[in-house]
Design a protein around this ligand. Structure first.
Ligand code: FMN
Length: 422
């Protein structure tokens, strides 16, 4: 039986852990829990112990606990360590390598892969200190899931900071368990198999990618969407991570799995996507591959609009959504060095892409022909033109993974050249 060691931090989202434990156990995964002192103010060790059917560990300096199952054994016997919710404080202590309570001591002692699910107020998440800690942790090989955009527990608060949903956590945990132990005994946090991480072409870079469609609500059950599958954007995020970058992927609602080794933020609307993108800055490269809805419904209703017999259908007044590519490319401060947009065109693809590049202030546009019969939406292949300020390159018919790899290698070369000429 695979074993997850779940470290529960002291945030409101701690209550979701009870459901997480149940869902994991339903799948035959054993769950042993460590709770921080603060976590115990949100859920009781009694509830966690009853649901996990294991004794809950809470104390480091506890003779009884240490004799029964000490912190080193807790660390060793896990196939995967999951921190959920990961508070801002816990992220800071992890990034610093503290070991002054049971949770941090176990995190330092384990050689198992580690997944953290941050959950906090959007201001705490966006704070440079938290972002610095997250960068350090991803560099150390820790994987991140979320946080997502949405409403906070505090009334009237919204933004990026919600813990990833239990279903997303379960899916990622199963994938990580299936992958097995990433860390070599004695090698600490080293996870990447091929070249030494510092020699990879995008090592030390932060790549921000948007992917998928957005859903713009009409009322609480209906929405406006488009046919973007997220396959190309997700492939770009995956390629950037493989080439050594720290990657933040801001994804609209898609059926594609989260790429490995990438911090994914799930959003629904264009407004949420923009907030998540801004919270993820600074970045060296931004690739806007998402098909952001151009318009949203001006006054989306909260309930369900009722269909009344004989009444005329409702009229939807639309307003323009934020233009994320233009907003990124036009930033006076904190503009990513390389801003790449995507153009999905159905006719005169290259001239439109050239016009879009100038209008939005982007450095490159990847133009693809999405006219009917090309099968780009949802398909696995893509034929694109790369439009820069000085040239237009016609790339051959490639898989989306190949387009992604080629684009990210090209971005790495561009960053190197820029550094050389700085
Ligand atoms: C009502 C309440 C809710 C809180 N929610 C969060 C939260 O969601 N995320 C967070 O990072 N901190 C939150 N905090 C602050 C943490 O509980 C505090 O930083 C604590 O020291 C975290 O300890 P731990 O990281 O050892 O679990 C909250 C505090 C209170 C009083």
């Amino acid at each position: 039986m695979k074993r997850v060691l779940l470290i529960i931090g002291g945030g409101i989202a701690a209550y979701k852990c009870l459901d997480l434990i149940r869902r994991l156990r339903e799948r035959g995964i054993g769950v042993r829990c460590v709770m921080t002192k603060a976590a115990q103010a949100f859920v009781t060790p009694l509830a966690v112990g009853a649901i996990s059917n294991e004794r809950v560990a809470t104390e480091l300096l506890d003779l009884e606990g240490e004799r029964e199952i000490g912190h080193i054994r807790l660390a060793r016997e896990a196939d995967l360590v999951v921190v959920a919710p990961a508070t801002a404080d816990l992220l800071a202590r992890m990034a610093q390598g503290h070991a002054d309570d049971l949770a941090t001591a176990v995190l330092l002692a384990t050689r198992a892969p580690c997944l953290v699910a941050p959950a906090m107020n959007p201001a705490m998440w966006g704070h440079p200190a938290t972002q610095r800690n997250v960068r350090q942790l991803t560099r150390d090989g820790v994987e991140l899931i979320g946080p997502n955009a949405g409403e906070m527990a505090e009334a009237g608060e919204a933004g990026v900071g919600r813990m990833a949903e239990v279903a997303e956590l379960v899916e990622r945990i199963e994938a990580m368990l299936a992958r097995g132990r990433g860390r070599e005994p004695g090698l600490g946090f080293i996870t990447v198999a091929s070249a030494p991480p510092e020699r990879l072409p995008l090592a030390g870079r932060h790549v921000l990618v948007t992917s998928g469609p957005t859903h713009e609500p009409i009322d609480s059950v209906r929405y406006i969407a488009n046919r973007s599958s997220g396959k190309q954007g997700h492939a770009i995020a995956e390629a950037a991570a493989r080439l050594g970058a720290r990657v933040t992927l801001v994804s609209g609602p898609v059926q594609v799995a989260d790429p490995e080794g990438v911090a994914v933020q799930h959003v629904e609307t264009a407004d949420e996507m923009l907030a998540a993108v801004e919270a993820a800055l600074p970045a060296d490269v931004a690739v806007c591959a998402a098909a952001v809805a151009d318009w949203r419904v001006a006054a989306a209703g909260r309930g369900k609009i009722k269909k009344a017999a004989g009444a005329a259908p409702p009229t939807l007044a639309l307003v323009e959504n934020p233009d994320i590519l233009r907003a990124l490319a036009g930033r006076k401060r904190g503009r990513p060095a390389l801003v790449v947009g995507f153009a999905a065109e159905t006719e005169t693809v290259v001239p439109h892409a050239q016009a879009k590049r100038t209008a939005k202030g982007a450095d490159w546009i990847v133009a693809n022909d999405v006219s009917e019969g090309r099968g780009v939406f949802g398909g696995d292949r893509n034929r694109v033109h790369l439009v820069t300020a000085t040239e237009v390159e016609a790339w051959p018919d490639l898989t989306k993974a190949e387009v992604a790899e080629r684009l990210m290698r090209r971005a790495a070369r561009w960053l190197e050249d820029a550094r050389a000429h700085a």
